[in-house]
Design a protein around this ligand. Structure first.
Ligand code: AHR
Length: 514
């Protein structure tokens, strides 16, 4: 049995989690919209075509903000195609995913879906094939009360009240050669700054996110952020980060170590953003929007895994089936986000349904939870509050993580990966929630936590996600094969908590006052 020890104090905090840290993402991609959240004719669909079985799972998952409509899709999207009478909307070729976009679901339907689920909408504008003026018109259509061309158009379309969308993304992954209308950092920085000016003139209450790098492994990472912020620093509140963890190398220890590279990525982007502030002698702090993160590799490469011939509507692409070890790496990513709550104030799990998603559906059939559903739902439910500083003692191991975009590079050496990855959140009711990843595949781990300054806590909930088969999955016929199980033997004795973490496990312990 391995040993670990954590020291924390109720008053030593990193920051308070912003509700938007628990966001997700809906893109017009594969069966995320069509056959996912929206399926007129499905037995559970309401009058608007929204699947109620999916909605029930979304409520349980509890994302707080939803990014839409892309992703790569947005860089070729005309938002006007998706509003107005459905019969008059054009079908278009989608160059991002080589499919046909029928446009029977668009911005207003998305807003209605968000209202029905109680989720804040987040919109992205197209800075690939379009520019600042169209972005401004889109803000006017959504947020202007009335009396202008686009606000009156929204009213004629049936939405008399403004949508009041607050969070806007200035394009998507504009550093990526795969992006429709990809740009250099200077080209993007200029267009993003000009789009931001017009969008904010249209509605001064909005917040804007500039595109950061689409991965830490991009050749331009670092220089991209610096140049983009040189142009946009005065015009944006946010810079974005994207990461998809992988196990291409079938190296589970390295895969489970890889969330630690998210920590590095976050800290590096914070340094670059603060350097931009320092050069201006500015007290402004650009916040980080980690608006795409997940595990994704099986359905990513080669291209045939992503593209179905014949320009189909809503093809079943990127339908990653997540296993037990994916859920562990995913849980590690949750901990990375929580532990940077001071600067990562927004994050979006990519994506929500069917496409690299926590929720799967069968068209015409049932919906079920993938393995990764559980860590996210637990983080969203119990991760609200002040994230505490922790001093962790844990044995370490060395790993080498293979990052596929850098095909010619050797794997990234990770010489001292703690077996324990851990986060603690002091909840608003005075309780304490603990999130622990045991990365030891063979041995269980004793966890001892000194919970200084907390009096009279009792164990309200203790569960572990683990399975003897790290390749175990959930499926339509076996939807709960991998799901959190009660963890016995968690004891609070005065100011010390003791637990035993199973090998290769994700454990959540919730302590409540009284
Ligand atoms: O989430 C899938 C895709 O991954 C998104 O469209 C894109 O932004 C990223 O490369």
């Amino acid at each position: 049995m391995r040993k670990s020890h954590v020291l924390l104090d109720r008053d030593f905090t990193i920051g308070t989690t912003d509700p938007r840290l628990f966001g997700a993402f809906i893109e017009h991609l594969g069966r995320c919209v069509y056959g996912g959240i929206f399926e007129p004719g499905h037995p559970t669909a309401d009058a608007k075509g929204f699947r109620q079985d999916v909605m029930a799972l979304v409520r349980e998952l509890a994302p707080t903000i939803m990014r839409y409509p892309g992703g790569n899709f947005v860089s070729g999207y005309n938002w006007e195609d998706g509003v107005g009478p459905v019969a008059e909307r054009p079908a278009r070729l989608d160059y991002a995913w080589f499919s046909t976009e029928p446009n029977t679901f668009g911005t207003n339907e998305f807003i209605d879906w968000c209202r029905a689920t109680g989720i804040e909408p987040m919109l992205a504008v197209n800075l690939g094939t379009r520019g600042p003026q169209d972005a401004g018109y889109f803000v006017e259509y959504c947020n202007h009360p009335g009396g202008t061309h686009y606000s009156e158009l929204r009213k004629r379309h049936g939405w008399t009240e403004p949508h009041g969308v607050k969070f806007w993304c200035l394009g998507n992954e504009m550093d990526g050669p795969w992006q429709t209308g990809a740009k250099t950092a200077t080209e993007y920085g200029r267009i993003a700054a000009e789009a931001a000016k017009i969008m904010r003139w249209a509605d001064s209450s909005i917040q804007l996110a500039a595109c950061g790098s689409s991965g830490r492994n991009m050749d331009t990472f670092g220089a991209w952020e610096q140049t983009v912020l040189d142009h946009t620093f005065d015009h944006v509140e946010w810079i974005s980060l994207h990461t998809y963890l992988n196990n291409y190398a079938a190296d589970t220890p390295a895969f489970l170590a890889s969330p630690d590279l998210m920590d590095s990525f976050i800290e590096e982007v914070v340094a670059i953003a603060d350097a931009a502030a320092a050069r201006r002698r500015s007290g402004k702090r650009i916040m980080l929007s980690f608006d795409e993160w997940n595990v994704w590799y099986r359905t990513r490469r080669p291209r045939e895994n992503r593209v179905k011939p014949g320009w189909p509507v809503a093809p079943p692409i990127l339908e990653e089936i997540y296993n037990m070890q994916d859920a562990l790496a995913f849980g590690g990513a949750c901990i990375s986000l929580l532990n940077h709550a001071d600067r990562v104030r927004c994050a979006c799990l990519a994506q929500l349904v069917n496409v690299i998603a926590p929720i799967m559906t069968e068209t015409g059939g049932p919906a079920w939870r993938q393995t990764i559903f559980h860590p996210f739902a637990q983080m969203s439910r119990l991760g609200r509050g002040a994230v505490l500083r922790t001093q962790i003692e844990s044995d370490t191991y060395s790993a080498a993580y293979y990052d596929p975009r850098a095909l010619t590079d050797p794997p990234i050496p990770m010489p001292a990966v703690p077996y324990l990855k851990f986060s603690a959140v002091r909840n608003d009711d005075g309780g304490l929630s603990l999130f622990a990843l045991n990365r030891d595949l063979r041995d269980g781990m004793t966890l001892e936590v000194d919970i200084r300054g907390f009096g009279g806590l009792r164990v309200a909930e203790a569960t572990s996600l683990h399975h003897s088969d790290l390749d175990a999955i959930n499926s339509k016929d076996s939807p709960d094969n991998v799901s959190p199980q009660p963890l016995a033997g968690v004891v609070v004795n005065g100011a010390t908590l003791a637990a035993e973490l199973p090998p290769a496990s994700w454990t959540v312990i919730s302590l409540r006052p009284g």
